[in-house]
Write a protein that binds this ligand. Structure first.
Ligand code: PLP
Length: 486
């Protein structure tokens, strides 16, 4: 599989070459065998590559060119909001006063950093329509779990210990049922109707006095706005449950509609999606959680408060669910989100939503000439197509995704949500130009023609990448295949 155009770093090794220079030790050397339990002490030298600094730089620079990121090409991965991360965010996050503060510093010496976090909370309260916000959770799924733990604490405080179930639509992001399970709930699935929205009759059927909450994404994971949201809120609240808003993707409602006004009690946001934090390499992310007034006592502690113009962490929160993250969240990513909100301003954020929705609808309409459109109505920030028509020709959605690599695009999300056959889920985001959208559409239309005229070229794709079709199961289960020295 490995094409021989770039040697492995181990193949560049020349014994004795080093790629680092360290200052001389000014403290006594420690014998690690005295510090560690015997079974953890290395008995053989580690087999590390020996190369010069320049060699290692070139090696990683060459590898980085093979990677696909938002800075190198269009990345329409549905439900992920791969939008451009403005570079001013990076400049600000590198300010000495932000980059070099330590979380254990005395509060009096980091008032500026605390003010930024406080202000960010205030902005997020305004954006979501909630009464209080915590910045502690490290990502979306962590925010979901934090929110559900607060809902659990709320019900328990009311002596309502029978509420063991969380209702989740069948189109929901996989993290929703996972978080509910980790928070100790049982999940109950509610079906979508033929329009791709939550089926109200089915919701009435599954709701009851054991309902702790309904977790909802709106616009939902099919990119459709749940237009019966007020009625759904009434059904859930009427049964004594809480409404949880998965706000990972706020791109379609930002500055237009607020979860708080739709009746939601808890919301999490993904600052590494909507608010332009980079989300490569698994993080760090940031998943702030907003709550309505009756859930404030359960917020993770400490809570950042402002008293007489001084910012301080309040630990005196007897009903808190406790700390969910060391210190106070991923500060660096919060600085980036704050910079984004301040540079965009209210009008800028409104424009984000308008362009995100316009771009998605434009692509959906043009692509519907060649691909099936399971839900033929206006979409929000993303939309789903079905590769059913191509499947009849022997070309699967996976093949279409692989073929897109030959055109230089990161493929969209596929086979998700699960309730759409051969699903292709596309989120263009607002930061792409019409020219970029048109080029991608042209590629998709060409692939649809190829499926009819020359299906092998799609079935055997990709043809232009360093590595061809991967055994994805093996790659996921065994990401590192040991290099064997010749
Ligand atoms: C991305 C996403 C999540 C999970 O967020 P992470 O930061 O990856 O944990 C949850 N729900 C939806 C709808 C998402 O798109």
């Amino acid at each position: 599989m490995h094409k021989e155009d770039q040697p492995l770093i181990f193949e560049l090794t020349k014994p004795g070459r080093i790629g680092y220079s360290l200052p001389e030790m000014d403290i006594p050397e420690v014998d690690m065998s005295e510090m560690l339990p015997e079974e953890y002490v290395r008995v053989e030298e580690a087999d590390l590559p020996e190369v010069s600094e320049l060699d290692i730089m070139r090696h990683y620079t060459a590898l980085s060119k093979r990677n696909h990121g938002v800075d190198s090409g269009f990345y329409p991965l549905g439900s992920c909001t791969m939008k451009y991360n403005p570079k001013i965010n990076e400049n600000v996050a590198r300010f000495n006063g932000f980059a070099h503060v330590h979380p254990l510093q005395d509060e009096s010496s980091v008032q500026g950093a605390m003010e930024l976090m406080y202000d960010l909370q205030e902005h997020l309260k305004e954006i979501t329509g909630m009464d209080e916000v915590t910045l502690q959770p490290a990502a979306g799924a962590h925010g979901e779990w934090t929110g559900l733990m607060m809902i659990r604490a709320y019900h328990e405080a009311n002596g309502d210990t029978n509420r063991t179930k969380v209702i989740v639509p069948d189109s929901a992001h996989g993290t929703n049922p996972a978080s509910a399970t980790v928070a100790g709930f049982e999940t109950v699935t509610v079906k979508s109707n033929e329009h791709g929205l939550v089926d109200l009759e089915d919701l009435k059927r599954v709701v009851g006095d054991d309902t702790a909450a309904l977790m909802l994404t709106n616009p939902n994971t099919l990119g459709l706005f749940e237009e019966n949201i007020l009625e759904m809120a009434e059904i859930i609240h009427g049964a004594g449950g809480k409404l949880y808003y998965d706000g990972a993707n706020l791109n379609a409602v930002l500055s237009k509609a607020r979860p708080g006004d739709m009746g939601f009690d808890v919301v999490h946001l993904n600052l590494h999606k909507t608010f332009t934090g980079p989300h490569g390499g698994g993080g760090p992310g940031s998943g702030p959680v907003g709550v309505k007034a009756d859930l404030i006592p359960y917020l993770p502690k400490p809570v950042l408060v402002k008293k007489d113009d001084v910012f301080t962490f309040d630990y005196d929160r007897p009903d808190s669910i406790g700390r969910v993250k060391p210190y106070y969240g991923n500060f660096g990513i919060n600085v980036r989100a704050y910079t984004y909100i301040r540079t965009m301003g209210p009008d800028g954020l409104k424009a984000v939503t308008e362009y995100a929705v316009l771009n998605a609808n434009y692509m959906m309409r043009r692509l519907s000439s060649a691909y099936d459109l399971p839900f033929d109505r206006h979409c929000k920030h993303e939309f789903v197509l079905s590769g059913k028509r191509q499947k009849k020709l022997g070309v699967r959605t996976l093949d279409i995704a692989k073929r897109l690599l030959d055109f230089g695009y990161h493929p969209p999300t596929i086979y998700f949500p699960l309730n759409v056959e051969e699903c292709i889920m596309i989120e263009p985001t607002e930061t792409e130009s019409k020219e970029t959208l048109d080029s991608f559409i042209d590629a998709m239309l060409q692939i649809a023609r190829e499926a009819e005229e020359n299906p092998e070229i799609v079935q055997e794709a990709p043809h232009t990448t360093v590595i061809g079709r991967l055994d994805e199961t093996l790659a996921a289960r065994k990401p590192v295949l040991k290099y064997v020295k010749q």
